[in-house]
Ligand binder design. Sequence first.
Ligand code: W6P
Length: 372
Amino acid sequence: AFYDDKIVTYANRPIRPVTLSQLVRFGQPPLTKESLRDCAQYARTELPVRLARRVRAFQTLPFIVGTNPYIKEIYKLYYESFESLEPYSHGRSPNDDLEYSEKLEDLVDRHADNIPTLARGFLECKQYMHSQDVAAFLDDMIHARIGIRLIAEQMIALVRQEQTGDTNNNSYIGIIDTQLNPAKLVKQCSDFVAELCEFNYGASPETIIDGHTDATFTYIPVHLEYILTELLKNAQRATIEFARKRGDDSPPLPPIQITISHGQEDISIRIRDQGGGVAEDDLNQVFEYSYTTVSKASEDEDPSSIFTGMAEMAMQSGIGGPLAGLGFGLPLARMYARYFGGSFTLVSMNGYGCDVFLKLKHIDQSMAELEI
Ligand code: W6P
């Protein structure tokens, strides 16, 4: 079609990685129509390039995989999104940032369920692709998706802030919080996960939060919230199941201990559980996409082998998001952690429990999105 050549042209342009500090600087209050225009300029030129590259990635899949209805659906979604945003990237493009922002809201909405849909597609295409190739495609796709949504959602939030004049007495710049208190967010997430546990198991371990509980830093709360919720689900679930397996689930369960440190370069969060640890042979599996659980989730899942059981129960109870039960939880959490140069390490003390070390960089130039 007419846009095929354009897609090649745009896809061949380099990505311009964005840093958290750039996003903060661009969105600095007071936010005016003029400063908003500069932010919009970046989104307008960058999003078509990133969308075109996604389209190209689909085109490299084996032909038969590209004919799968689920995969074709997402391919078309990216193709159409490119077509709809490309006209805004020219000098003579409509200069109305409100209209552009509405386009972006539509894009964010329409792409909301991409990952579960792709998971279903690849599940049906297992026989045509090696699992490493599927994993590499998903890594690349999900990583790119985080960046595209970051740029779009930042733009949407800034336009909203400019419209409502809601820029003062507020630590937010778009979707970025410049005074995010990790201890507070940990508390919020662990209360939520405890409710999930109470619902599914009728019990939940206590949470102890210590260390630098007053620390604050600049980060994207929804990213950290996703990471913490995923880690806490695993930690609490392991704690409960390990206690039951030993036939010792009389309260109190051993607590989850979360320690926060505010270092020179990093904010570190250690999540320590006494859930028995992960056997050496299962350690690698923890970070694999177990998208195969989509269909067999409710049938023959072995709760001790794959760390998705809680998410599945959450899904059945209507609490979980669209990703619940897909077995994408931990690989995604790690990808979010690494996205701005952070790291995520799981250490198992077999027979006792796990430590997860989450390290996130303070704001500086090194926080550029990383190519993977
Ligand atoms: C476990 C397995 C796991 C994965 C991620 C985070 C914490 C834990 N605890 O036993």
